[in-house]
Design a protein around this ligand. Structure first.
Ligand code: F6R
Length: 365
């Protein structure tokens, strides 16, 4: 039931504060992650020396964000690969490697095949972060962390993605703590930030009307370029995927530092450039990347906190999103990109919940 909403996708975007809270429920105390959420025996967390993440599509983008968190917080090497590639190659597996899959449906053919292959190989254990408790992936994995997002009907994944990120942050903090890489004080600060996450996401959704206005500028565009740096690069990839899927506008994403190595050649007055600005030490570098784009006539659409210092100007459309702790930026900054692609699709009149050529669950190769 769509209730008051015109499309399932919009309903699911608006459900995010509630389902992120459901994903956190029972997994955190006031000051730490409750490792019992990984099952009765969470001793494996201490043994992890490497992580291989395997997934498809939007779930793969969530894995790409997790790599930044895991290497930063837990100091453990982490690789991320799409399941359709992983399953057909010989993989080198270092000692004590965790095999981690991500899937909304738990029925994606390539992800299941990758898990079955991994179970024959020398992994420490297999963990699935999944939204469907009764799925094949959950049944066949050694360990499961459910995302608790509730049924997702819109083909374009929204709440499944942000709850995957929430579950991945829980996992990253738990591993870091068990490996002795995280002080009690730092863990408490991270958990306190996590507690505020539903309220931050709610505040980001409140920008809906402003983003709807911006979306009108995209109706007659044929291409778009998304830029991000650090953990915001996978968010740029996810923003581009959403726009492609439901509005059929060709969109690409690059880490902003790669511009000069090729994509800058594409930039002219007809090219909108969308960027989510982090408020960290990479901000100045991002700003100089954006100046290069402006100098070639590219029109900028910037989403960022007030603290980033962006303002409306000639050729710069600035939309404010609330300030959040740096670790949460990938989750909260996803919201404006979801809303943007949604409103662009509505303006273009495409079938938002059932985009052409796509199925909700890809159960064949
Ligand atoms: C994009 C989208 C797909 C899925 C992909 C994997 O909006 O929904 O890219 O993310 O097909 O599906 P799951 O997560 O069910 O394994």
């Amino acid at each position: 039931d769509k209730g008051e909403f015109r499309h399932y996708m919009l309903k699911e975007i608006y459900e995010q504060p509630k389902v992120i809270a459901a994903c956190l429920e029972g997994r955190i105390s006031d000051d730490r992650i409750l490792t019992s959420c990984f099952g009765a025996d969470s001793a494996f967390l201490k043994d992890i020396e490497n992580i291989h993440i395997v997934a498809c599509g939007t779930s793969y983008h969530a894995g790409m964000v997790a790599k930044y968190w895991i290497e930063d917080l837990a100091n453990i090497p982490c690789t991320v690969e799409v399941a359709s590639e992983y399953r057909y190659r010989k993989v080198a597996i270092p000692k004590n490697t965790l095999f981690l899959t991500l899937s909304q449906s738990g029925e994606t053919a390539d992800t299941l095949a990758a898990l079955r292959m991994a179970k024959e190989l020398n992994y420490l254990t297999t963990l699935a972060i999944c939204n469907v408790p009764s799925s094949t992936l959950v049944r066949e994995s050694d360990l499961t962390l459910l995302t608790n997002a509730g049924a997702e009907i819109g083909v374009a994944s929204t709440k499944a993605f942000t709850t995957q990120l929430t579950a991945l942050l829980i996992t990253s903090i738990a591993i870091a703590s068990e490996k002795g890489e995280l002080s009690a004080e730092k863990q408490k600060a991270l958990v306190t930030a996590l507690r505020s996450l539903p309220a931050y996401v709610d505040a980001a959704i409140k920008q809906d009307e402003a983003i709807k206005l911006v979306s009108e500028q995209f109706a007659n565009k044929h291409n778009a370029l998304f830029l991000g740096r650090g953990p915001m690069f996978p968010i740029a990839l996810e923003g581009a995927l959403k726009l492609k899927e439901i509005s059929y506008i060709h969109a690409e994403a690059y880490p902003a530092g790669e511009l000069k190595h090729g994509p800058l050649a594409l930039v002219d007055e007809t090219m909108p450039i969308i960027t989510v600005a982090p408020n960290n030490q990479m901000l100045d570098k991002l700003k100089s990347n954006l100046q290069e784009v402006r100098a070639r006539g590219g029109e900028l659409f910037v989403f960022g906190a007030k603290e980033t210092g962006f303002e409306q100007a000639e050729g710069i459309h600035y939309n404010e999103i609330p300030w959040v702790e740096e670790i949460l930026e990938p989750i909260v900054h996803t919201i404006p990109l979801q809303l943007l692609s949604y409103h662009v699709a509505v303006v273009k009149g495409t079938d938002v919940d059932q985009p052409r050529n796509l199925a909700k669950s890809v159960t064949v190769e």
